[in-house]
Design a protein around this ligand. Structure first.
Ligand code: KG4
Ligand code: ZN
Length: 340
C-alpha cells in the first residue's frame, strides 16, 4: 500500500455560537475552514441564547461539514479522523456537534477523537508554526487561564480567574456603554479613539497568587464610574472609558503571563481565545514579551475566535498519541483543561 504523507483531520466545533468545520493536515496546515457565525441572531437578544444556538447548529451543521470537505476537494476516504469539541461549553450546542461527529464516524467508519475546546484554542498557535514549550494566555468569553504548555498534549494551569473571564468583562462593559453584543470587538474599535490614561481603573491582583486574575473589580469600577456620571448629569467620553478599561485589563493579562513565563524559565509566550483577537493585547504582549527577551506568538485573527481548524489541530495531536473516543462520547459542559 502507498504510504500516506499527511494525516487529515476533520474538526467540528459547536460549543457556543459558531457552527464550524475544517480540514487540517498534520495539525498545522489548514486545507479548509468553514465558520457559520450565529452572532447576528443572538445580537437581537444581547447575548447567546442557548436554545436558539442549539437549533441553529442543527440547521447548519451538515452544510458546514459538507462545505469543509468540498473546499478541501476531499472525499470521506481522505479523512483519517474526525475531531469534535465535547466540552467545555453549552450542553445543547455541544451535543449537536458530538452527535453529528459520532454518526459520521460510525457511518463512514472513521476514528473519532474528543477535543477540549480550550486546548483547541491553544493549538490554534500551531497553525502559526509555534512549537511547545510556551506559556499561553487563554482568554475567551468563558475562560481566563495562564497555561504552561510543555508538549502538544501536556498542559498545566498556572493561573486562573477568580470571577469573570476577561471576555465576559469586555462584553459586560460594552453592554453598559450601549455598544451591543459581542462587546470585545466593539470596545477594541472604540478604544482606538480614546485615551487609555484618562480614567484610572484598578489593576486587581489576587491575594498571594501572582498569576491569578480578578476582573469583576475592574468591571464594577467602570459601572460605578458610568452611574456616578449619570447621577451628576455629566457627559461621559465613551471612547476614554473603553480605552481606560481595556488598558487596565490588558496590563494585568500581559504582566501576569510574562511573569509566569519568566518564573517558569519559558522562552516563549503565546495568546489564545477570542480576546487574543484584541489589537491592543496583541501589541502590548508583543512589546512586553520582546522587552523581557521572550519570543511572542499569536494565532491569525480568524483562528482566535471559535473555529474548526483549532479543533482539528488539537485532534491531530491526540490522534497521533493513539487517543480515540467511542460512540459513548458525551458532552461535558464543564470539562477542565488536561482532563481526559
Ligand atoms: O473564544 P471565543 O470566540 O468564544 C469562547 O470560547 O468564549 O471568545 C469570545 C469572546 C467574547 O467575550 C468576545 O467579546 C471576545 O472573545 N472578543 C474580544 C475581541 N474579539 C472577541 N475581546 C476583546 N477584543 C476583541 N477584539
Ligand atoms: Zn472559544
Amino acid at each position: 500500500m502507498e504510504k500516506k504523507e499527511k494525516t487529515y483531520i476533520l474538526g467540528i466545533e459547536t460549543s457556543c455560537d459558531e457552527t464550524a468545520a475544517a480540514v487540517v493536515a498534520n495539525g498545522n496546515e489548514v486545507i479548509s475552514n468553514v465558520i457559520y457565525t450565529q452572532i447576528p441572531t443572538h445580537t437581537l437578544y444581547g447575548g447567546v441564547v442557548p436554545e436558539i444556538a442549539s437549533r441553529e447548529h442543527v440547521l447548519k451543521i451538515n452544510q458546514v461539514i459538507k462545505k469543509a470537505l468540498a473546499d478541501a476537494e476531499m472525499e470521506w476516504e481522505d479523512i483519517d479522523a474526525i475531531a469534535v469539541t465535547y466540552g467545555p461549553g453549552l450542553v445543547g450546542p455541544l451535543l449537536i456537534g458530538v452527535s453529528t461527529a459520532k454518526a459520521l464516524a460510525y457511518a463512514k467508519n472513521i476514528p473519532l477523537v474528543g477535543v477540549n475546546h480550550i486546548e483547541g484554542h491553544i493549538c490554534a498557535n500551531y497553525i502559526n508554526s509555534a512549537e511547545p514549550p510556551f506559556m499561553c494566555l487563554v482568554a475567551s468569553g468563558g475562560h481566563s487561564h495562564i497555561v504552561r504548555v510543555d508538549d502538544h498534549t501536556k498542559y498545566t494551569i498556572i493561573g486562573r480567574t477568580h470571577d469573570d473571564a476577561a471576555g465576559e468583562a469586555f462584553d459586560k462593559v460594552a453592554r453598559a456603554l450601549g455598544l451591543g453584543y459581542p462587546g470585545g470587538p466593539k470596545v477594541d474599535k472604540l478604544a482606538k479613539k480614546g485615551n487609555p490614561n484618562a480614567i484610572k481603573f484598578p489593576r486587581a491582583s489576587v491575594g498571594d497568587s501572582p498569576y491569578d486574575f480578578s476582573f469583576s473589580g475592574i468591571k464594577s469600577a467602570v459601572l460605578n464610574y458610568l452611574n456616578g456620571a449619570e447621577m451628576k448629569g455629566e457627559e461621559v467620553n465613551k471612547a476614554d472609558v473603553a480605552a481606560s478599561f481595556q488598558m487596565a485589563v490588558i496590563d494585568v493579562l500581559a504582566d501576569h503571563t510574562i511573569k509566569a513565563a519568566l518564573d517558569h524559565g519559558m522562552k516563549s509566550v503565546a495568546l489564545a481565545g477570542g480576546v487574543a483577537a484584541n489589537s491592543l493585547l496583541r501589541e502590548t504582549m508583543k512589546e512586553r514579551a520582546e522587552a523581557a527577551g521572550l519570543t511572542f506568538r499569536c494565532p491569525e485573527l480568524i483562528y482566535c475566535t471559535d473555529n474548526g481548524a483549532m479543533i482539528a489541530s488539537a485532534g491531530y495531536f491526540e490522534y497521533i498519541q493513539g487517543r480515540r473516543a467511542d460512540l459513548y462520547l458525551n458532552a461535558v459542559p464543564n470539562l477542565k483543561i488536561g482532563e481526559r
